[in-house]
Design a protein. Structure first.
Length: 333
């Protein structure tokens, strides 16, 4: 029988979000400081693909079935497809998903799909080129939309669009995003800003509540939004089907804690820190023991013991954002 990782609150942890880099070619205001996270970061601090793969293998042997590759922007790291192929070979790993800003996706989607990525979440906060450029501090909407089309063409499925809704910045585009999702046959998820890292905390004055987003969408489509629950990929999103269509929309309101009871995930940073909760400081360093020659058995035991530290709930209101790795760009969303 396969092993499984269980935390003190009887939650089975079968999903790891792996940040392969904390660097990004964009600088979204709610995520990244303007100068980047570690503009002069030391290369050796980051785990190699072999080191990341070794940790992932330990998780898979402990029952983890799903990995999401995230960042920073994962596509800025060279030969990501090679890394995907490396972990795809692990027996028991069923699902490799990607989170990306899609800037390089037109170039990479085919290789990534062939290597084993099935699904992708793509961030798009605006469909207006000038505004998109402003929000991302330099992003190129045309490239992103080309990336979306390529991902659809090579068969990544499902693709989901993620839009962080910010009052006074892009909240007038909620309806346009719904229409774009319907046009592309893609689910759209609207995310409330979260107070993670100094950038995220600074954006909370633009917080736009999920219930208001839902009311706007309902008015726009003119039909009911039927709650749609129970898909294993839903995570923290509250999902709805637009009545009379196949289109799903979702809202993610992390601050409300409504999803903590079913949390099934932990996060690995690009420097090898295992973060047990998005909104709490609890973490375990895996890089040091790894580089000190830990055995496979001891690594697994370290992970099993780490689960004991997984908190019951997040408390975004506590002052965890000053901790070194507590930035969204390091935690991978
Ligand atoms: N670069 C990729 C991207 O943008 O999709 C992957 C990493 S990014 C950190 C993952 C997700 O976190 C994105 O959907 C982004 O919009 C979201 N995110 C980052 N900071 C956030 C914040 N303060 N509040 C809410 N969502 C945030
Ligand atoms: Fe980069 Fe994604 Fe953060 Fe934007 S949200 S700065 S694209 S890591």
């Amino acid at each position: 029988m396969r092993k499984s990782l269980i935390d003190p609150f009887n939650r089975t942890i079968d999903y790891v979000r792996v940040s392969v880099t904390d660097k990004c070619n964009y600088r979204c205001g709610y995520c990244m400081p303007e100068q980047g996270v570690h503009p002069d970061g030391v290369h050796s601090e980051y785990l190699s693909y072999d080191e990341l793969a070794r940790i992932i293998k330990a998780f898979v042997d402990l029952g983890v079935a799903k990995i999401r590759i995230t960042g920073g922007e994962p596509l800025v790291r060279k030969n990501l497809a090679g890394f995907v192929a490396q972990i795809k070979a692990f027996d028991g790993l069923e699902d490799i998903a990607l989170s990306t800003n899609a800037h390089y996706l037109e170039r990479e989607a085919e290789a990534l799909t062939l290597a084993g990525v099935t699904r992708a979440n793509i961030s798009i906060d605006s469909l207006r080129p000038a505004r998109f450029k402003n929000i991302t501090r330099g992003g190129d909407l045309e490239k992103v939309l080309a990336g979306v089309d390529k991902a659809l063409e090579v068969g990544m499925k499902p693709i989901k669009f993620n839009m962080v809704v910010m009052k006074g910045t892009n909240d007038d585009e909620i309806e346009a995003m719904v229409d774009y999702g319907i046009q592309k046959g893609v689910e759209v998820r609207f995310i409330e800003t979260m107070p993670i890292g100094p950038a995220g905390v600074g954006m909370m004055e633009q917080h736009y509540p999920a219930d208001k987003i839902l009311a706007r969408i309902k008015k726009h489509v003119g039909v009911d939004l039927i709650p749609s629950t129970g898909k294993s990929h839903d995570g923290p999103a509250r999902n709805f089907i637009i009545a009379g269509t196949d289109t799903r929309i979702g809202v993610i309101s992390a601050v409300s804690q409504h999803f903590c009871a079913t949390c099934n995930r932990v996060r690995l940073t690009a420097k090898g820190i295992l973060a047990l909760c998005l909104g709490q400081a609890d973490s375990v360093d895996l890089r040091t023991p790894l580089r000190n020659g830990i055995t496979d058995e001891a690594l697994q035991q370290l992970i099993v013991d780490a689960m004991l530290k997984k908190p019951e709930k997040h408390f975004f209101n506590e002052n965890v954002h000053n901790i070194e790795f507590r930035q969204m760009v390091q935690l991978g969303g």
